[in-house]
Design a protein around this ligand. Structure first.
Ligand SMILES: Nc1ncnc2c1ncn2[C@@H]1O[C@H](COP(=O)(O)OP(=O)(O)O)[C@@H](O)[C@H]1O
Ligand SMILES: C=C(OP(=O)(O)O)C(=O)O
Ligand SMILES: [K+]
Ligand SMILES: [Mg+2]
Length: 527
């Protein structure tokens, strides 16, 4: 096979596999999103997570109330302050999620070949015979023979606490099912998944809207993770909703693709969304197992070509209870990087797992190794060809900056940006070195008050592979005169030096505007 078909750079020397991985100032170019919950909400543990490389914190409103999440967020703020590590905030909606609520939290034992009834009556107690669900339309949506899956919230797949059911018959609003495997359901909340059917629940529920307009606005969330996105219209509606909530008009929407319906409309969803989350937990049971990898490769390729960040979920489930991932999981993380993901999202591992910090650290190390052998050259050529000619000026500048940085073996690219667009375009070409995106604040007004832009733009780059933001001093005027360019550049270089990415005699590629012209320049440092 010609080497151009490989995702890996060739040749990989066997001896290099045994070289110890070098520690660097950041664990990896690939970003880590951590779901915060019971096992990861103290200032101490969150600080550990940040130091290990978590750069986005996910608050999942499928679970917990807003006071609980607020307390966790206050601890995150304290941890950010003490570690001096930036972290973006992601609110994850409930959406069209079917749930079984187990109020008493008593374990429910289910026997193979027995019958269990799913009933839309949340007031009822969950038992081995009857499971109350939050959705009245299930009986209308399923038919005899359909498969239904029930697992602990954030089920890991390695648990004996999830069950497959087969629909035997529909009785009014109830669905009577045969139990396919014996299991004991544990916990207070279970996710219910019916294979490949349309669930007539809104993507943004009333509860979601309430959470966004209170908790979301109060905390100026950087990302909205839109669970169960099934159509582009879902994203447009969410955008419309956010646009009326002041600062949240700047919140980015990450469409979560969790089922075949979302997969079918992937292209139109990608066009509307700011980024994509490949929700493999749910999608992994909606698709036949042999198709899961194909979706991942196809979806990541499309995101990469569109220059929009892509996040992959559910990578090291077994680390929820263990200090080491399985070999399959370790390989899976590396493949997600080689396939093009920007970030890895950890769920149960950080939320209720025993080793949140260790998990982040191991995932970061695997990502870093995969990045070293990522075939950047092939990727670059594919992307240039895909974009075609004529390229926009900015994209041409961005890709040239990456090219130049690789040719001169620069240690970093420093990109000046206001909207974040230039930095994202550089990241699109997957430079092998980190990009310091220097976000220059702009003075803006909403007719009532003046404020500076930049904070959202800086934090939103924390989910993009290779981007490391730095917010410039707002006292620097936003116009790019050569004097301000020079002084901001000096601050950025100093920042690079203190953090250890830039050393004396290094080459650095700088992307900025001088007057009206966008330029790429190469500088060689003295000491
Ligand atoms: N304040 C600034 N000073 C110098 N160069 C800048 C500044 N803001 C953006 N640039 C450069 O201008 C070009 C356009 O970048 P972009 O991120 O689209 O910024 P904007 O949204 O302000 O147009 C890029 O070459 C970028 O590096
Ligand atoms: C992350 C996922 O979704 P959630 O945890 O919100 O169910 C997933 O399905 O992989
Ligand atoms: K959710
Ligand atoms: Mg999910």
């Amino acid at each position: 096979m010609h080497s151009n078909h490989l995702l890996l750079e060739e040749p990989i020397r066997m001896a290099s596999i045994l070289e110890p991985s070098k520690a660097s100032f950041f664990p990896a170019m690939t970003k880590i999103v951590g779901t915060l919950g019971p096992r990861s909400r103290s200032v101490d543990v969150i600080s550990g997570c940040l130091k290990a490389g978590m750069s986005v914190a996910r608050f999942d409103f499928s679970w917990g109330d807003s006071d609980y999440h607020q307390e966790t967020l206050e601890n995150l703020k304290a941890a950010v302050k003490s570690t001096k590590k930036l972290c973006a905030v992601m609110l994850d909606t409930v959406g069209a999620e079917m749930q079984v609520v187990n109020k008493s939290e008593k374990a429910i034992s289910l026997q193979q070949d027995d019958v269990v009834t799913l009933t839309p009556d949340e007031g009822q107690e969950a038992t081995s015979q009857v499971l109350p669900i939050n959705f009245a339309g299930l009986a209308k949506a399923v038919k005899t023979g359909d498969t239904i899956f029930i697992g602990q919230y954030l089920f890991t797949g390695s648990e004996t606490t999830s069950v497959w059911l087969e629909v035997e018959k529909v009785e009014g609003v109830d669905v009577v099912c045969k139990i396919k495997n014996s299991a004991t359901l544990a916990g207070a909340l279970f996710t219910l998944h019916a294979s490949q059917i349309h669930i007539d629940l809104p993507t943004l529920t009333d509860k979601d809207k309430e959470n966004i307009s209170s908790w979301g606005v109060r905390n100026k969330i950087d990302f909205l993770s839109l669970s169960y996105t099934r159509h582009a219209q879902d994203v447009r509606e969410a955008r419309e909703f956010l646009s009326k909530l002041g600062d949240l008009s700047q919140t980015q929407i990450f469409a979560k693709i969790e089922n075949v319906e979302g997969l079918t409309h992937f292209d139109e969803i990608l066009q509307e969304a700011d980024g994509i989350i490949l929700s493999r937990g749910n999608l992994g049971i909606d698709l036949p197992p042999e198709k899961v990898f194909l979706f991942q490769k196809a979806a990541l390729y499309k995101c990469n070509m569109a220059g929009k960040p892509a996040v992959v979920t559910r990578v090291v489930d077994s680390m929820t209870d263990n200090l080491r991932p399985t070999r399959a999981e370790a390989t899976d993380v590396a493949n997600a990087v080689l396939d093009g993901s920007d970030a890895i999202l950890l769920g149960a591992e950080t939320l209720r797992g025993l080793y949140p910090v260790e998990t982040i650290s191991i995932v970061g190390k695997i990502c870093a190794e995969a990045e070293k052998v990522f075939n950047q050259d092939l990727y670059f050529k594919k992307t240039v060809k895909y974009v075609g000619e004529p390229m926009t000026h900015l994209e041409s500048i961005a890709s040239s900056a990456v090219r130049a940085a690789i040719k001169v073996k620069a240690s970093v690219i420093i990109c000046f940006t206001s909207s974040g667009r230039a930095a994202r375009l550089i990241a699109k070409y997957r430079p092998t070195m980190p990009v310091i995106s220097v976000v220059i604040p702009r003075l803006k007004t909403n007719q009532l008050r003046w404020s500076f832009s930049g904070a959202f733009e800086a934090r939103q780059s924390l989910i993009v592979r290779g981007l490391f933001p730095m917010l410039a001093d707002p006292r620097h005027p936003a116009e790019s005169t050569s004097a301000t360019n020079e002084s901001v550049l000096k601050v950025a270089l100093d920042h690079g030096k203190t953090s250890g990415v830039i050393k004396s005699h290094d080459r650095v590629v700088v992307c900025q505007k001088v007057g009206d012209a966008s330029v790429v320049k190469i500088i060689e440092l003295e000491d």
